[in-house]
Structure formats: C-alpha cells, structure tokens
Design a protein around this ligand. Structure first.
Ligand SMILES: [Cu+2]
Length: 120
C-alpha cells in the first residue's frame, strides 16, 4: 500500500515536472524572413525557445501532432495573438515584436509553454 502511494507521488511529481517545469535549453534564433517550424507534440513545443530581434517580422509555423484538445490552440497573451491549430495542418503566425522582452506562448491551459525572447 505504501509502495503504491510512493509510486503515485512519483508519477504526480513527474507530471508536474514535465508540464510546468521542464524547459529544453536550446534556443533557436530567427533570421528576418526565415520561417521557424515548431512541432506541438507530447506536451512540449519543439523548439520552445525562440530568439528574435525587435522591429523585425518573424514567421512561426506551428505543426500540431498532438490530438489531445490541450494542443488545439496557441496563444501569445502579451501580444494579443490566439490561433486555432488543426491537427496535422501547419499554421503560420507572423509577428512583428515591436519592443524587446520575453513573451510567452502557450496552449489555452498553459501546459504547453514556450518563450519568445526579443532582443533590441
Ligand atoms: Cu493545454
């Protein structure tokens, strides 16, 4: 019985780590005019850390491979962007980040999380 509880706690800990704490460290720098493809799969955006330059337009092509409803939208709350992501159909989002800063992008519930770092 105790063993089962410990296994349950470990599982919960793993889920919390996976969905809320895990951050792959690889940053992708977007050159102006370049399209970056972001896969939406298994609870993470790949890549999940995008670097861009203020005032330069960027194109992010989201490809949803996760059929759970959780992955059905991508939001950039600080930038006022919200898009539906149909399963298996790429959606290109064009952004012109005007000012430097860190902007999050996420699914509607915040399990999928990524960051857009905008440099001056
Ligand atoms: Cu979600």
């Amino acid at each position: 019985m105790l063993l089962v509880n410990i296994a349950g706690l470990l599982l919960i800990g793993f889920i919390i780590w996976w969905f809320w704490l895990y951050r792959p460290a690889t940053a992708i720098t977007v050159a102006p005019g370049q399209v970056i493809e972001i896969r939406v799969k298994d609870g993470i955006y790949e890549p999940s850390l995008i670097e861009a330059v203020a005032g330069k337009g960027i194109s992010l092509k989201f490809l949803r491979e996760d059929e759970s409803a959780c992955a059905g939208q991508v939001l950039f709350p600080e930038l006022g962007v919200q898009k539906e992501l149909p399963l298996g159909k790429p959606v290109v989002i064009r952004l012109v980040p005007e000012s430097p800063g860190t902007f999050t992008f996420q699914c509607q519930m915040g399990m999928y999380r990524g960051e857009l770092h905008v440099k001056s």
